[in-house]
Design a protein around this ligand. Structure first.
Ligand SMILES: [Fe+2]
Length: 387
């Protein structure tokens, strides 16, 4: 995977950067075309027009690609099996009713389970791998890709928590199916771009109990997997749904998936806001929302995610601009970087690399990606993070 364009906030733009995607205003008029080299006057213009961020071409890093935790084939296969299972489940629910549910489970869910087993195998073979963000993905595809990413991240967290292979498979299956109850939620609610009304929210929240009912009726699947669907919106401090359980009352696997679910939701682009950069998402969870999560699960998340994923543009304490080229597990906040621009924003003639873990005179000041508004639980709840 090669990350070629990055979202950079307008306040962090520097002359000489190249626009990666055309910038359009609300009416669709092109303000700057892709490929344009930024000048100070263009940056000023973007600020005047109230454009928050643009995509910039990552000219320095065509050879930089984050290591894959799970091979693209395995990831694609899991997405495809899940997609097929969801399509068939909709049909079963709409036309044939309960008797077919067990047949569906025997055929479709068995295939999903096999795909999850492959994910677990690959993760177990790479204990040093660290979780990177995926390339910008289509918002339309959100639930499918989100489920796959939550599965991969949950299994990695489960490895940190010392789970055996059997438990990891239950965790992975529960994670990939955590939102399966959404097949019963009307599309108009699922895809509504704005905040939901109270009635719509109540309907949306039923995806937990409905997912539980579907999986329990399937027979074939373990009680634990169904409980992930049931309890992934419960909160450690209470106040979640559907039952407002607290602390250890919540199923252990559901506590892990709750953390992965919120992290992935925060770092994803949504219709109503761009994704938070990983370091901001992690900080939000550790500082703003820590009561929501089992502290052990939260620690397992922090251990596994790349705070500054490979390919991230960052500003160093020296004022230089750099791109992250390597991340080592356990030292995620001090990655290896390649210096691209001097403090004045001029490209350096020959970019060179610095290992921040080995050179204490350098550190990262900020990520040059867009910073969405500061998180408040109210804001995120209103916007749908809780769903
Ligand atoms: Fe959910």
């Amino acid at each position: 995977m090669v990350l070629r364009v990055y979202r950079v906030s307008v306040s962090a733009l520097k002359p000489g950067m190249r626009i990666g995607r055309s910038v359009v205003d609300a009416t669709g008029r092109i303000l700057l075309t892709a490929g344009t080299v930024l000048k100070p006057s263009y940056i000023q213009y973007l600020k005047q027009r109230g454009i928050p961020a643009v995509y910039i071409i990552n000219e320095a890093a065509p050879d930089v690609s984050p290591p894959e935790v799970v091979s693209p084939e395995t990831r694609t296969r899991l997405a495809a099996e899940l997609n097929q299972a969801v399509v068939e489940l909709r049909e079963v629910m709409a036309t044939r009713g309960e008797a077919s549910l067990r047949h569906w489970a025997g055929v479709q869910l068995s295939r999903v389970r096999e795909a999850v087993a492959r994910v677990v195998d690959e993760i177990l073979r790479q204990p040093q791998a660290i979780y990177h963000l995926q390339e910008i993905r289509a918002i339309d595809d959100y639930t499918l890709q989100h489920s796959v990413d939550v599965c991969i991240l949950s299994v990695m967290m489960g490895v940190s928590l010392g789970y055996d292979e059997r438990k990891l498979r239950d965790l992975g299956l529960g994670a990939v199916l955590h939102d399966i109850g959404k097949v019963t939620v009307p599309e108009a609610i699922l895809k509504k771009p704005g905040p939901l009304t109270a009635d719509e929210r109540a309907e949306m929240q039923k995806h937990t109990t409905r997912g539980f009912e579907i999986l329990m009726r399937c027979g074939e699947f373990s009680f634990h997997v169904a409980h992930v669907a049931y309890q992934h919106h419960e909160r450690w401090c209470g106040g979640g749904y559907p039952r407002g359980l607290k602390g250890p009352e919540i199923h252990e696997l559901a506590r892990v998936v709750a953390v992965a679910d919120v992290y992935d939701a925060m770092t994803s682009d949504r219709v109503y806001r761009p994704g938070y950069p990983p370091e901001r998402a992690l900080r939000n969870m550790l500082e703003v929302l820590p009561d929501w999560f089992d502290p052990r699960a939260l620690a397992a998340l922090a251990e596994n995610v790349a705070v500054y994923p490979v390919g991230t543009l960052v500003e160093l304490n020296t004022g230089e601009t750099a791109v992250v080229t390597g991340v080592v597990k356990g030292r995620a906040a001090r990655p290896r970087v390649r210096i691209l621009r001097d403090p004045a924003g001029r490209p350096v003639p020959e970019p060179w690399e610095v290992d921040l873990a080995a050179d204490p005179t350098y550190w990262i000041v900020r990520t040059l990606t867009e910073a969405p508004p500061a998180l408040t639980p109210e804001l995120e709840e209103a916007a749908g993070l809780m769903d």
